[in-house]
Design a protein around this ligand. Structure first.
Ligand code: KG4
Ligand code: ZN
Length: 387
């Protein structure tokens, strides 16, 4: 059996895990894992501060590796290889994890496996579900990435779509910021959305129906900002006075009435829960539209529609994709929510898959702030293209 120590430090989670690649269930595969979130350190700034993140990784990682090995009842000598995220991500944090892994590999004379963080997400559904086989169509939705890829095997990725501006998780985080929900935003938006009406606020669905394969969320974010500031007039008042200016600005479905508005100077504000629910619905409509196009364009023979990355923890997204996959006669495979957000088990697992194929790295392997899964993918228009 192969025992792999996995290390993750590319953003704001410090994590370490011991993976047994021969386990036949998820429980058997993750021998031990620990995660330290830095949420409290970054919360005052409303987002991840790279310097704070790197320093926190330095403080936490060393003792955490010792603790996770103790949890597993194993030592470094028992490991077959040491895997660490080598990018993409915040370079200071990536370096902390990678240098730690190099030091451990050198001290214990173990092979090093440099893992692409995105490959960790991409293969995490195989860690969770031993019955998932290549090739599969992957929707990878995280704080920094929003892509649809064919996954044909380890290191074999064909990108069908990416975002031309914001990532999906970024759109959730920015919506959370606009609504004053704090950091991290995605789970808070999802919670609040459960209390709101997804039809209450008319929001655009950028590019839906256009046949465009790539994602765009910047316009939706701006519309959320305008909805938050808007004072809207109820339908009765509109009939007398004509359409309210603010409603026209938000665009979209002008025949919809705002639900449960709070009175403000004669006009009304949309309830935050309604904005959250309407945003989430609009974002999911975009994702389903683009994923449907990708399912049509994919190479025949995909075994499943798979969703991974932090936003895959979102229950509404999983529900929408399940319906879409069923329409195409495919199962939807999504890792348990805890394996969707950043963790070291997925890095250990990707390391195990690479190690099994003989992919090991030299101790001078470099940390990479950018590292696309499909290096051959054609560039797309837009200034903020992410991988
Ligand atoms: O994969 P991840 O943990 O880190 C990156 O590699 O980026 O993804 C984090 C992203 C954040 O944008 C976070 O707000 C979002 O995933 N997220 C969610 C949910 N849980 C995490 N977005 C929507 N609903 C959720 N339940
Ligand atoms: Zn991630």
């Amino acid at each position: 059996m192969a025992l792999i120590l996995g290390i993750e430090s590319s953003c704001d989670e410090t994590a370490a895990a011991v993976i047994d690649s021969n386990g036949t269930t998820l429980a058997a595969r993750i021998v031990a894992q620990r995660i330290a979130s830095q949420d409290d350190a970054h919360r005052p700034y409303g987002g991840v501060v790279p310097e704070i993140a790197a320093r926190a990784h330095v403080e936490v990682l060393g003792p955490m590796v010792g603790a996770v090995l103790a949890d597993a009842g194993l030592t470094l000598d028992d490991m077959d290889a040491i895997a660490a995220t080598a990018g993409p991500g915040l370079i200071g944090g990536v370096m902390v994890g990678l240098v730690t892994a190099k030091a451990l590999a050198m001290a214990a004379d173990k092979p090093l496996v440099a893992v692409n963080h995105l490959e960790g997400h991409a293969l995490s559904p195989r860690l969770a579900d031993p019955a998932l086989h290549y090739p599969y169509l992957l929707l990878l939705v995280s704080g920094g990435h929003c892509q649809i890829l064919e996954v044909a095997g380890v290191g074999q990725y064909r990108r069908l779509a990416t975002t031309i501006d914001d990532a999906l998780g970024e759109a959730f985080d920015k919506t959370a910021k606009i609504l004053g929900l704090g950091y991290p935003g995605g789970p808070a938006v999802e919670r609040l959305a459960r209390e709101g009406d997804p039809k209450a606020v008319p929001l655009p669905r950028p590019l839906v129906g256009s046949g465009e394969v790539h994602f765009s969320f910047a316009g939706l974010k701006s519309a959320v900002m305008r909805a938050k500031e808007a004072r809207v007039v109820l339908r009765q008042a509109q009939d007398e006075r004509g359409l309210a200016q603010d409603e026209r600005m938000t665009g979209g479905h002008l025949d919809q009435e705002p639900a449960r508005p709070e009175p403000v100077e004669g006009r009304q504000r949309y309830a935050d829960a309604d904005i959250a629910a309407s945003f989430q619905q609009a974002a999911l409509d975009c994702v389903v539209d683009r994923t449907r196009i990708a399912l049509g364009a994919a190479t025949p023979g995909m075994t499943a529609l798979v969703v991974a990355g932090g936003v895959a923890a979102n229950a509404a997204l999983r529900g929408a994709l399940e319906a879409l996959a069923a329409q195409h006669g495919l199962p939807l495979i999504a890792p348990p929510p805890k394996l969707c957000t950043d963790n070291a088990a997925m890095i250990g697992w990707a390391g195990a898959e690479r190690f099994a194929l003989g992919y090991v790295d030299a101790l001078d392997v470099a940390a990479r702030p950018r590292w696309p899964l499909d290096a051959n993918a054609a560039p797309v228009r837009g200034a903020g293209v992410k991988g």
